[in-house]
Design a protein. Structure first.
Length: 445
């Protein structure tokens, strides 16, 4: 809510996404399926209202702001993408209103699909992917005359459980856990642009020993630069995981980008990345809509003498320990951080937000699908890396969301290339040290 309240671009909480199917579908039946699916998911009934100075939420009629068709046959793909960008960057109404727009699209090639813009308050990427899958499952049931798919579970009950957690002993246990995680020495800010970002902040703020920066702005435009991790690299990662009996591809990429950040920020041993967690552990959470995602500051201190394999084990141990306490709200953690280190809202120790969600979206029917996360035109952070499946190609898709005024596409190209260099070297020889892996990263010009 704070991001939307203070952002000039209030689309900052929009999630614009699309899915296109390479199959001839009955568009009338697809619209029926889409309307039925809206009624099946209670997240479309979530409403917010301001009472005094507090925002309250309740469940009302399940509805969307609009549901219409847009036909791009005879037009260019660039025109379709401009439509996605324009609609994705428009402010959605908030108070006492539905918080989603839905479109049935026909691409220039004649393929049918769905484009949606949803407020992050009612859905996260897990919920949106599950909703899309349900739409096409409903379509298949209607087209074949078979039984409808199983209903999603209620996100209302998940929210009720969340409120109960905030008044529980576990909430206080989690608070104490994160308090004890805060070392006496503060983390140090690292940017994909290198140490110049922290140095510039120190100079402007006249704080030569500052370890935080002030790079959280709500008044700057953003874009997406999309890069691929080639299928052969992903296959090599899978082979490494099997050989080493290591359970997490996510940590391979987290370590690779962490080594890059350390290398371009004065070879610091201390790196903090804002990491996201889906919080979809229970069946009710997996099968419901809503927004469950939380973030936490993932700080790691690694000596240059430690090996790639040792670093992975350390990250795995710490991450598993952290995950048990990630129901605790980041806003509470942020306040505790400010109190501990004497920082203020807007100060940050992390220059990168990182999400790894590679569960493929495979609608029933076997037809090739194409998904895309579109930029909403705004970002509160310099850089946000989201790694997702590349629609079954074997590759992974890296969405680098970055502020156009501060981070150039060439900066993203450099970071992606260096990250992959580190990743390839680490899985080829896991006994390479962190120092040796940092040596592979070219200096920033």
């Amino acid at each position: 809510m704070m991001n939307r309240q203070f952002a000039i671009k209030r689309s900052i909480v929009n999630i614009p996404t699309s899915i296109v199917i390479e199959e001839d579908l009955d568009l009338g039946l697809l619209e029926v399926a889409l309307r039925l699916a809206v009624q099946r998911w209670d997240m479309f009934g979530l409403r917010v209202v301001k009472v005094g100075k507090q925002w309250r939420q309740y469940f009302g009629e399940r509805d969307v702001i609009c549901l219409r068709r847009v036909d791009f046959r005879g037009r260019r793909t660039s025109q379709m993408n401009k439509f996605f960008a324009r609609e994705g960057s428009k402010t959605l109404p908030l108070e006492n209103s539905p918080m989603a727009k839905l479109y049935i699209v026909i691409t220039p090639e004649g393929h049918p699909g769905i484009f949606s813009v949803m407020n992050h308050l009612i859905a996260d990427s897990w919920a949106i992917s599950s909703f899309y899958k349900d739409v096409f499952d409903v379509y298949r049931a209607l087209a074949s005359g078979l039984a409808m798919p199983k209903l999603p579970q209620s996100s209302e009950q998940v929210l009720i459980d969340e409120l109960a957690y905030q008044n529980s002993k576990r909430f206080e246990t989690d608070r104490e856990y994160w308090r004890l995680e805060m070392l006496e020495e503060p983390p140090i800010y690292t940017s994909i642009l290198g140490s110049k970002v922290l140095e510039n902040y120190r100079r402007r703020a006249r704080k030569p020993d500052a370890r935080n920066a002030n790079t959280v702005f709500l008044r700057q435009a953003a874009t997406h630069t999309v890069k691929l991790v080639p299928a052969e690299d992903v296959a090599a990662c899978r082979a490494f995981l099997e050989t080493q009996r290591f359970p997490s591809m996510q940590l391979l990429f987290l370590l690779a980008v962490r080594v890059y950040l350390a290398a371009v920020n004065g070879r610091t041993p201390d790196v903090t990345i804002m990491s996201t967690v889906a919080r979809r552990g229970t069946l009710a959470e997996k099968r419901s809509g809503g927004s469950r995602v939380h973030s936490f500051l993932f700080r790691s201190i690694l000596d240059e003498s430690e090996t790639f394999a040792e670093a992975l084990d350390m990250l795995l141990t710490d991450q598993n320990r952290h995950y048990r306490h990630t129901d605790f709200p980041y806003t509470e953690c942020s306040q505790m951080t400010n109190e501990k280190y004497g920082t203020r809202p807007g100060n940050t120790f992390s220059g990168l937000l990182f999400t790894f969600q590679t569960v493929p979206l495979t609608p029933a029917g076997g037809a090739q699908s194409h998904t895309m996360w579109h930029c909403n035109g705004a970002s509160a952070t310099d850089c946000y890396l989201t790694i997702m499946d590349d629609d079954g190609s074997g590759a992974l898709r890296c969405y680098w969301e970055h502020r156009t005024a501060r981070v150039k596409t060439s900066d993203i190209d450099f970071a992606q290339s260096a990250m992959l260099q580190v990743l390839r070297a680490g899985i080829a020889d896991p006994q390479l040290t962190i120092g040796q892996l940092m040596d592979l990263v070219p200096p920033i010009n």
